[in-house]
Design a protein around this ligand. Structure first.
Ligand SMILES: Cc1cc2nc3c(=O)[nH]c(=O)nc-3n(C[C@H](O)[C@H](O)[C@H](O)COP(=O)(O)OP(=O)(O)OC[C@H]3O[C@@H](n4cnc5c(N)ncnc54)[C@H](O)[C@@H]3O)c2cc1C
Length: 259
């Protein structure tokens, strides 16, 4: 039964929770807002699967010597502007759709308060996955969905942090699926979802307190790497719309320069 006593040895990839045959593992937020697995000892049947899929206990093999390195940038400038880096995710995603496959990546929920992994099978759905969200993404049932889709013969592109792709690799328990393309983003770590929620509500509160007549606010867009002033001079942008006293919609854009 998985028990996290040292938090530096768990990235919250959720592989253990998804593999558990009795679903006795819940992901529970700690005081900083990071989810960790907590197993119910009364429902645990001691099958050991949770420990077998844990990427910290069983690091997937990496053969650096056989790795071939290439660098690339998407040749569509609009795609590069929308993407956090060179827009290669979009190219891979569209290639997957062209082969009647499906793409699993990280997107915001409706009010931009959470990031979670979800599926895209159309060009429009790919749009919501473009761009790095510097918040831990909840993978939910994605690994099980990946396995089901692969078993059904669909090409699948899964993109996540290295910890998430390692968790998925272990979740698939060494079975080779030639139609699976696993992509991990370069990553130094993910900020806590709780910190993001607090930051977003501070941005909304500062807008409302500076404009007391505004009501019915909604977050319309968030970019952690807004390149409107160029790739080198990017900013974090939160776009909020609200109604004024006359009912007219007021759009507000708050950008914080990162350079
Ligand atoms: C949490 C995080 C940390 C990063 N740290 C670094 C770093 O240290 N150094 C560096 O050079 N680059 C870092 N990046 C940037 C990352 O390497 C670029 O996203 C990557 O270069 C892909 O860019 P792109 O333009 O091809 O695609 P984009 O369209 O920008 O990338 C989008 C893809 O990233 C995935 N993604 C977005 N947010 C998350 C998330 N929270 N969790 C899992 N997957 C996500 C989406 O599923 C999508 O597939 C980080 C990205 C993230 C998400």
């Amino acid at each position: 039964m998985i028990q996290i006593t040292d938090k530096t040895l768990c990235s919250g990839c959720e592989a253990c929770a998804q593999i558990c045959p009795t679903q006795c593992i819940d992901m529970v937020d700690d005081s900083e807002g990071f989810p960790y697995p907590v197993a119910d000892p009364h429902r645990c049947i001691h099958c050991g699967l949770c420990e077998r899929v844990c990427p910290f206990l069983n690091k997937p093999e990496v053969n650096d010597e056989s790795t071939e390195w290439v660098a690339a940038v998407n040749n569509d400038t609009e795609t590069v502007r929308k993407s956090s880096s060179g827009g290669i995710f979009s190219a891979l995603a569209h290639d997957t759709l062209s082969r009647c496959g499906e793409v699993c990546g990280a997107g915001f929920n409706m009010d931009f308060s959470e990031v979670c992994h979800r599926w895209a099978s159309t060009t429009d759905e790919i749009e919501g996955l473009i761009g790095s969200k510097y918040v831990q993404s909840r993978v939910g049932e994605s690994f099980s969905d990946v396995r089901e889709k692969l078993k059904a013969g669909l090409p699948v592109l899964f993109v996540g942090t290295p910890c998430q792709t390692a968790g998925l690799k272990n979740f698939l328990q060494g079975k080779s699926y030639p139609r699976l393309l696993l992509v991990d983003v370069l990553c130094h770590g993910v900020p806590s979802p709780q910190v993001w929620r607090r930051y977003l509500s501070e941005r909304i509160d500062s807008l409302i307190s500076a404009n007391p007549g505004l009501a019915d606010h909604a977050v319309d867009a968030v970019s952690f790497r807004d390149k409107r002033n160029g790739w080198e001079d990017y900013s974090v942008t939160v776009c909020i719309s609200a109604r004024d006293r006359d009912g007219a919609i007021v759009h507000n854009r708050q950008s914080i320069n990162n350079a």
